[in-house]
Structure formats: C-alpha cells, structure tokens
Design a protein around this ligand. Structure first.
Ligand code: RFL
Ligand code: PHB
Length: 421
C-alpha cells in the first residue's frame, strides 16, 4: 500500500470500530519486533532461547523476504551468534570458509591473506537468503508468532511505560501491547520515521553510482572473492556456493536493469577483470539481476524511550566492506543481552548503554566501508588523476604489511567487546 493511503484507511477502520462493526484484537507480549528480516528474526530467536516472549510483525510475505538477494559474507562474530541462536547447522555444512580475497588493480591480482594477517581469523560465504531461511524455519519449528502481510504498521507511546504496535490484517485492526518495541524494519521502515524529529540526528552520504548485481548458476571464477578497481569502474566477483556465483558491476545511478542484457553484463565484467579471470569466467543465464544504490547513513541515537532501532533501520553502509548484515547481527546481540539482563537481573544498564555501544562499532564499520568504497570506485568528474591516486594507494597497501593488515583487520571485523573508549 502506498504510504499516502495508509492514514485514510486506518481512520476508516477506526471509525468503523467506533460504530462496532469491525473486529479488533489486542495481544500482549514482552517485546514487539517490527520487521522479519535477519535482524528481527535473529532477535526473536535469541530472546526465545532466553525465555522472553516476542511477536514479529512484517509487512511483506515470507517468500518476498526470501527473494531479496543481498549479503554474502559473514564475520566470525555473526557466525557465533547464529550458533548461539541454535540455527548454525546448515551454515556450517554449506558455508564456505575464506581466509583471504584478491584486490585487482592495474590489471593484476594481489591476495590479502586475512587469515595470516589477523592471527587466524576468517570469514564465511553464506547467503543472506539461506541465513534468513534457517531463522524462519527455526521460528516456525518453535511455534513462535510472525505476522506476515501486516498492513499499516504503527508504533505508539514508546515514550511511556506502555508502548503499543498496531497493524491491519484481513480488515481487522490489531494491537500488540508490549514492554519494548524493537525497530528491525530496515531503511524504509516505520520505526525510525516515528522517532521525534527534535530527538534524532541523521548523517548521510549518497554515492553517485549503484551496484548492478547478477546471480547465476555458474561456478565462481575464483575460489575466493575478487574486488576489482578498473578504469571502467568497480567490479566484484563473489559467490554463494561452488556452483552459484554472484557478480557486481559499478553502474551509473541512471542505469535501469532492463538496459542490461545478460550478454552486456558478462562482456562488461570481462572488461574489468585481469586476463586470467577473463579467460576462466563461466557465463550463463542470470537468475536474479538488480541495481542497488550505495549510501552511508547513521542515526543517532538508536534508542527512543522504549523503542530501539537495530540493523538497517538505524544505519546503512555501502556494500563494499560486506558489513551491513554483520552490523545488524551485533546490534541484535547487544539488544538481546540488554533485554535479557532487564528481565533476568532487573537492571536497565544494558538498555541505557545500548545506543552508545552500538554506535561506536557502527562508526568504525561505516568508516571502513566508506574508505574502501572511495578506494575502489570511479567517481564521476574526478578524472584520471583520481585513478592514479587510487592505484598508488593500493600499491602501498599491498606492499606494506601494516597496510595489508589494516584492510584484513577491518574486513574480518571487530570482536563483540573491543575495549574501552
Ligand atoms: P532488512 O533486511 O531490510 O529487513 C527489514 C524488514 O522489515 C520489513 N519492514 C516492515 N515490517 C513491518 N512494518 C513496516 N512498516 C516495515 N517496513 C519494513 C521489511 O519488509 C524487511 O523484511 O533489514 P535488517 O533485518 O536490518 O538486515 C540488514 C541486511 O539486510 C543488510 O544490512 C545487508 O543485506 C547489507 N548487505 C551486506 N551485508 C553484509 O554484512 N555482507 C554483505 O556481503 C552484504 N552485501 C548487502 C550486500 C546489501 C546489498 N543491498 C541490496 C543493499 C549486498 C547488497 C547488494
Ligand atoms: C555478496 O556476495 O553479495 C557480497 C560479497 C561481498 C561484498 C558485498 C556483497 O562486499
């Protein structure tokens, strides 16, 4: 439903309710979670493990949530959290451990040996779709409530002790009374939009290009990821399995997916790769193709009374550093810990420090993602000298152990507790 139609329809339902001809239902839970993406589902699972009751309200269908092809790289912290939530079995079986990745510039590839540079740390390639499916299955198996296709979701009274979430479904207005609201509803969600305008500050940088992504059932061009800086623009060779590849090309924001035939995509990707990868690239029909804009965005604070933002609802990173889903997972860890301490130990300390704790980690990941994006992409109007500067910086980074370690340390991510200020 377009946003503009939401209010009149709700007003109509409320009027009908006053007349007594529209049924109304009220439920109670401890935590009402808005959004059933990875953040909301993981939070639901961690709370369930601790015996805390939560209801998730999602505006889309489950199939729609699963159809969004997004993240592919999980940090160890994220892997550990999925294990803690009890949903890690398939991930360990099917996920691919990567101890390094290649940086390609001036037509040559150079490996960043993450594992060696960070004292043994790796990342795992496991698609967001699969992770979401695992969380959905676990939720269903535990008999927990997720309301899909909830219309006109609204959050109320989170500045009081009695917050509420309302939504419409099947012509009925539903109310969830709760102790806390978790805003896990992504960048376009209702929670951040409902925060008081004078109590929120937003920081934003929009990049002048997007990523055109293609998923295909073809073997990956290389067993690890390749991040390519080319005079024609950035390219990324990623994967989902040994038989499924995910590739991205930097494209102008004005490009439309329909303009890009599969043939044109593969030809342009080849042009941005080194000779060996160009020869090895196996092409085939795309099974998904989409363009994503790139943005750096942070909301401060991430708590508004009894409503908390987590994941993309509170921040967005350009995907270059593979940080978005990982940040979402650590927000959720901090939030679930805060709620667990509240219910089990009767302390609000975790709740009070939630925003500050998250934001410190978020800004670190935002900085890395912005820096890596600047280093690898063509910026319109910056001319050939910008390319030369990037190549010189990359040359320095790969030939300096501390330079390479800086990339590796940031890429594998911070531990959950990374010391005092
Ligand atoms: P999501 O996944 O957007 O889920 C939010 C959910 O909330 C629902 N919703 C509402 N529900 C009820 N009422 C409303 N009013 C609602 N409004 C929205 C939505 O329907 C949705 O189901 O946010 P969440 O859970 O915080 O998860 C965040 C991640 O999805 C995101 O950070 C990552 O995908 C980012 N990302 C990557 N992250 C990584 O860590 N590693 C990667 O390799 C990586 N690659 C990527 C990425 C994101 C990309 N795109 C498309 C932006 C690659 C790409 C191309
Ligand atoms: C992906 O596989 O979708 C992916 C991998 C690494 C990134 C971004 C996206 O940096």
């Amino acid at each position: 439903m377009p946003d503009g139609q939401a209010l009149p329809k709700l007003a109509f339902i409320v009027l009908r309710q006053l007349n007594g001809d529209t049924p109304m239902s009220t439920t109670r839970t401890q935590v009402a979670i808005v959004g059933a993406g990875p953040s909301g589902l993981l939070l639901g699972q961690l709370l369930h493990k601790a015996g805390i009751d939560a209801i998730i309200v999602e505006r889309q269908t489950g199939d729609y949530v699963l159809s969004r092809i997004r993240a592919g790289v999980l940090e160890q912290v994220c892997i550990d959290l999925l294990d803690e939530a009890g949903v890690g079995q398939r991930m360990h079986k099917e996920g691919l451990i990567h101890g390094g990745f290649d940086l390609l510039f001036k037509g040559k590839r150079h490996r960043i040996d993450m594992n060696q540079l960070t004292g043994g740390k790796n990342v795992m390639v496991y698609g967001q779709t699969e992770l979401t499916r695992d969380l959905m299955d676990a939720r269903q198996a535990a008999g927990l409530t997720t309301i899909y296709e909830a219309g006109n979701v609204q959050v109320h009274d989170f500045d009081s002790q009695k917050p509420r979430v309302t939504y419409e479904k099947n012509g009925q207005l539903h109310t969830i009374e709760c102790d806390f609201i978790a805003g896990c509803d992504g960048f376009h969600g209702v929670c951040r939009a409902s925060a008081p305008k004078n109590g929120i500050k937003e920081f934003e940088k929009v990049y002048p290009f997007g990523w055109l992504g293609v998923l295909s059932d073809t073997p990956p061009v290389h067993h690890e990821l390749i991040y390519a800086n080319s005079p024609r623009g950035f390219a990324l060779c990623s994967q989902r399995s040994e038989t499924r590849s995910r590739y991205y090309l930097q494209v102008p924001l004005t490009d439309k997916v329909e303009q890009w035939s599969d043939e044109a995509f593969w030809a342009e990707l080849r042009n941005r790769l080194d000779p060996e990868a160009r020869d090895k690239l196996v092409t085939g029909p795309s099974i998904e193709k989409s363009i994503a804009p790139l943005r750096s965005f942070v909301t401060e604070p991430m708590r508004f009374g009894r409503m908390f933002l987590a994941g993309d609802a509170g921040h967005i990173v350009p995907p270059t550093g593979a940080k978005g889903l990982n940040l979402a997972a650590t927000d959720v860890k901090y939030l679930s810990t805060a709620f667990i301490e509240y219910y089990q130990e009767n302390t609000e300390a975790g709740i009070d420090s939630y925003s500050e704790r998250c934001l410190r980690r978020i800004w670190r990941a935002e900085r890395f993602s912005w820096w890596f994006t600047q280093l690898m992409h063509r910026f319109p109007g910056e001319g050939e000298i910008a390319q030369k500067f990037q190549e010189a910086e990359l040359d320095y980074l790969i030939h300096s152990e501390s330079g390479s370690r800086t990339i590796a340390e940031n890429y594998v991510g911070l531990p959950l507790d990374f010391g005092d200020h």
